[in-house]
Write a protein that binds this ligand. Structure first.
Ligand SMILES: C[S@@+](CC[C@H](N)C(=O)[O-])C[C@H]1O[C@@H](n2cnc3c(N)ncnc32)[C@H](O)[C@@H]1O
Length: 248
């Protein structure tokens, strides 16, 4: 159904009617500029090298820094007056980095936003290791899935192992005010440190994978679409503020 993660990403960006898109881990810009529309596109990567020709009307902000610095200095707030609609987490492939990127993105989101996490499906221990592997390296990002399910059971999470080539997790039903991932960071990283690919992946992670052809995929699509529609009907962000200011 989806030829690769770029195709899947385009689908979600369209579905969520994305006006503000944030990408952690840009590299050459292949995913960043896959679906620009007329919204704002924000990319963060200490070592990006854009190879995609930009459209004249494209609104882009690129930050050559690590995601931790980007969030800590609130650089998002300097370029966007609205929350982020879709965030793609594809930076350093270590579980604790994906966790920090995810929790920081959620803080900048609204209730109808979506967070995508790449590289959840390593096929062997070398791909799931902590050392960059030039052939295929997903790292231990997969540990984020059981961790979120354990510490944030309120989140909606669908992990698609069949999005080529390394899987994609979709997280929605976000709560920007929830503090659990900040307050229990040490507990969560300790839990993730205790997971082992050879021992745990096949029993704890793989069985939770869903298929893009399944009924749950349709359900996810419906949920995200409806949440987005509700948000536009209520007047997203600035419209509601203007309405309140004018007494409407
Ligand atoms: C797998 S590539 C991203 C690929 C891109 N999203 C795509 O699909 O075309 C990972 C990128 O993360 C960047 N990166 C590494 N550490 C990072 C960090 N701490 N914060 C943000 N980006 C980071 C690397 O420089 C690299 O370009």
């Amino acid at each position: 159904m989806f030829s690769d993660h770029i195709d899947f990403l385009k689908y979600i960006r369209k579905l969520a009617n994305t006006q503000v898109y944030l990408e952690i881990g840009v590299q050459s810009g292949t995913t960043l500029f896959s679906e620009t529309g007329d919204g704002l596109v924000i990319g963060v990567d200490p070592d990006f090298h854009i190879e995609i020709p930009l459209r004249e009307t494209c609104h882009v902000a690129l930050f050559r820094e690590t995601s931790d610095v980007f969030f800590e200095k609130d650089h998002f707030g300097t370029v966007s007056g609205q929350p982020v609609d879709v965030t793609f987490v594809d930076g350093l492939h270590w579980a604790e980095f994906a966790l920090r990127d995810m929790r920081n993105a959620e803080r900048l989101s609204h209730r109808a936003s979506v967070i995508l996490v790449h590289d959840i499906y390593p096929r062997n221990a070398a791909q799931a290791g902590r050392t960059d592997n030039p052939h295929a390296w997903m790292g231990d990002v997969f540990k984020l899935l059981p961790a979120l399910r354990r510490f944030r059971p309120d989140l909606q999470i669908a992990a698609y192992g069949d999005v080529p080539y390394s899987g994609m997790a979709v997280i929605w039903g976000l709560d920007p005010k929830n503090r659990v991932l900040f307050d229990r960071y040490d507990d969560i990283t300790r839990y993730m440190d205790g997971l082992d690919y050879d021992r745990d992946f096949a029993t704890l992670v793989e069985p939770t994978f869903e298929s893009v052809g399944s009924a749950t995929f349709t359900q996810m699509t419906r949920d995200i679409y409806r949440a987005q529609r509700r948000r536009s009907r209520n007047g997203s962000g600035w419209r509601r503020h203007v309405g309140l200011a004018l007494g409407r």
